[in-house]
Design a protein around this ligand. Structure first.
Ligand code: SF4
Length: 377
């Protein structure tokens, strides 16, 4: 087990959970000009403006190092032979990811192809973006690997990562890669917030939610890309605000995912929780501390910030600030969920956004793309 520094310089063990690729938007595979998030030009915002940020210390996040994942994606591997809605077939044992929502908003048919055939191979630029992503995360986080033996322990690590990140936000003013979970329109959803910062020089305790996207070329994002990113950030805000409103439905959570609240945590995890200042012997106790942490927090600022940076020199191309729009958000989520719940067939991109097909890996099997090609011939 590795160690992490606390604010008083003490070395404590930390556990790190490897973030699954579901949090890497497959959507980005379709955008040759868009690459995974993060850049070194982070800021501690005062009304969301940019100011250099110097990390004070490293917080700890948790990485599972189980040689065999405790929950292989059985659902996906048998997808073609199982009946039911996409939600039942592909996400019944895990929450819908925020990136599932954004990918669906991008093109439902493409999302369907991904579910049935797997994600497209990651491009070189995406791999480079992931490396950069890891570098930035390491500015504020040191990871420690821990073996997990069950899905309960996997969830426990997520909750502990949240506790650690929330404390880092409260005491240091910034955290990154914070997992959030909740129910949106009756559907369990999970996501990882890129960055949260406490406002500087303000009395407000509402953290600012920021997402940085790096771009390969020095071009501004299209409206379709911005709309998609707006939806992503609004999902995070909704999940965060619901958590801090102390609305986490614990019993529903245990029941929905078939989890044993009394699951005894491993010695490693118990030692780790102890180092954080609380004693948890069972999974349920970790959830209890998670809920207590939520009570200390305030809702996100209404204004959300997207930052677009050039990958080559990390200069800022655009900072785009917008407000949470509850009506628009609800409508977008409901539209996406109609596909996931099997209430209608997957739709294609609109005529005005058919340019997206140029970047799609599934054109050879997509009826819309094939029809367009035939018409062009
Ligand atoms: S080719 Fe176009 S319409 Fe078809 S799945 Fe890809 S993006 Fe969607």
């Amino acid at each position: 087990m590795n160690t992490s520094r606390t604010t008083n310089g003490e070395q404590i063990p930390i556990l790190v959970e490897i973030i699954s690729e579901e949090e890497m938007a497959f959507l980005e595979a379709a955008l040759s000009s868009a690459h995974p998030r993060f850049s070194p030009h982070r800021s501690r915002p005062n009304s969301l403006s940019s100011q250099p940020y110097t990390p004070k210390s490293h917080a700890r996040t948790l990485r599972s190092s189980s040689p065999t994942p405790p929950q292989p994606d059985i659902e996906d591997s048998t997808a073609a032979t199982v009946s039911g809605s996409p939600l039942l077939r592909f996400r019944s044992r895990r929450a819908l990811a925020v990136t599932d929502i954004t990918a669906t908003e991008w093109c439902e048919k493409q999302m369907e192809f991904v579910l049935l055939h797997g994600r497209p191979k990651r491009t070189e630029a995406m791999v480079a973006g992931s490396v950069r992503h890891a570098e930035l995360e390491e500015e504020v986080v040191e990871k420690v690997e821990i073996q997990i033996k069950s899905i309960e322990e996997s969830w426990a690590l997520k909750f502990m990562n949240f506790i650690v990140g929330a404390n880092q936000l409260l005491f240091e003013g910034l955290t990154r890669e914070l997992p959030v979970i909740g129910v949106v329109e009756d559907t369990w959803m999970i996501g990882i917030i890129d960055e949260l910062q406490m406002p500087v020089g303000e009395i407000s305790l509402n953290p600012c939610l920021i997402d940085t996207k790096t771009r390969y070329r020095a071009t501004l994002p299209s409206e379709a890309q911005k709309r998609n990113a707006r939806l992503q950030l609004m999902c995070y805000k909704y999940l965060w605000d619901t958590l801090v409103a102390n609305n986490f439905p614990t019993e529903h959570f245990f029941n929905h995912f078939g989890l044993n609240p009394q699951y005894p945590l491993s010695e490693d995890i118990r030692l780790y929780t102890s180092s954080l200042g609380f004693e948890a012997k069972t999974f349920e106790e970790v959830v209890f501390y998670f809920r207590n942490t939520c009570r200390l927090l305030s809702p996100c600022h209404e204004r959300l910030l997207l930052r677009y940076e050039l990958q080559s020199d990390r200069s800022i191309l655009e900072e785009y600030e917008f407000s949470f729009d509850a009506g628009w958000f609800k409508n977008e989520i409901q539209q996406c969920l109609k596909f996931w719940r099997g209430e209608r067939e997957a739709s294609y991109v609109s005529k005005t956004e058919q340019w997206k097909c140029q970047f799609c890996k599934f054109t050879a099997m997509c009826p819309r793309a094939l029809a367009s090609n035939n018409n062009a011939e």
